[in-house]
Design a protein around this ligand. Structure first.
Ligand code: URA
Length: 234
């Protein structure tokens, strides 16, 4: 980092953005520190989770643990609320995600956002990540060795957030989190105990819903159940 304070601040903000933290509290002329602390309390009350997520991002660094680094534009770490009750896990970044360095921002992402909003959440309420952090060329399926190299970081993100429930979007996320190869059609819409006894709730991947729009109603019902699990007691 150079000594130019503006550059230093930009670098710091970029570092936060890469770790999925996109909201900051800036001291204004009115209100002062107390007002800022109060606002922070309202919006983000888990600095510990935030800190842990930053550490995971730091550990990943400029990752070259599998060959996907050679074809990526951006590594897609994940983003959202560090105190989320629900973490959505997809498969891997697509073209748009690779371009922007953000998860689920392409067409499938727009559908995911719509489903999140249809049950009364905002995208900023939840956390969104993927099994893989780099785009497989041509959006091919993730390879075993890529999942092996990359998934420990997803699991660390989950441990940092400690959500009440993990929503597995599609087969790859469900297989990883449940440790079993079960067809998504058999397990979707069910609460299952998965990795470290986290509640795993598999549902259709939004890209599948784009190809099979008749299943959107089923997916919406899944999201309603998911919300009840995330916000219910226990
Ligand atoms: N599909 C995924 O599985 N993840 C994304 O981030 C985008 C599309």
């Amino acid at each position: 980092m150079g000594s130019d304070p503006k550059r230093q601040l930009l670098n710091l903000l970029e570092w936060y953005r890469e770790a999925g933290i996109t909201e900051y509290f800036v001291l204004g002329s009115e209100g002062g520190q107390e007002a800022v602390e109060e606002k922070r309390e309202e919006r983000v009350s888990c600095p510990e989770n935030e800190e842990l997520l930053l550490k995971v991002r730091e550990e990943i660094g400029d990752c070259r643990r599998c060959p996907l680094w050679q074809t990526r534009t951006n590594l897609v770490f994940g983003e959202g609320n560090p105190c989320a009750k629900v973490v959505f896990v997809g498969e891997a970044p697509g073209e748009e995600e690779d371009k922007q360095g953000r998860p689920f921002v392409g067409l499938a992402g727009q559908l995911l956002t719509k489903l999140i909003e249809e049950v009364g959440w905002k995208r900023e309420d939840v956390y969104i990540a993927n099994v893989l952090k780099c785009r497989p060329p041509g959006n091919r399926n993730p390879k075993e060795e890529e999942i092996e190299a990359c998934s420990p970081f997803l699991l660390k993100q989950i441990e940092a957030i400690k959500p009440k429930v993990i929503c597995a979007l599609g087969t790859f996320a469900a297989q990883l989190l449940l440790g079993k190869k079960l067809p998504i059609s058999r397990i979707r819409g069910k609460v299952l105990l998965g990795w470290k006894n986290y509640r795993v709730f598999p549902t259709f991947h939004p890209a599948y819903l784009l190809r099979n729009p008749k299943q959107k109603a089923v997916a919406l019902r899944d999201f309603e159940v998911l919300k009840e699990i995330a916000e219910g007691e226990g």
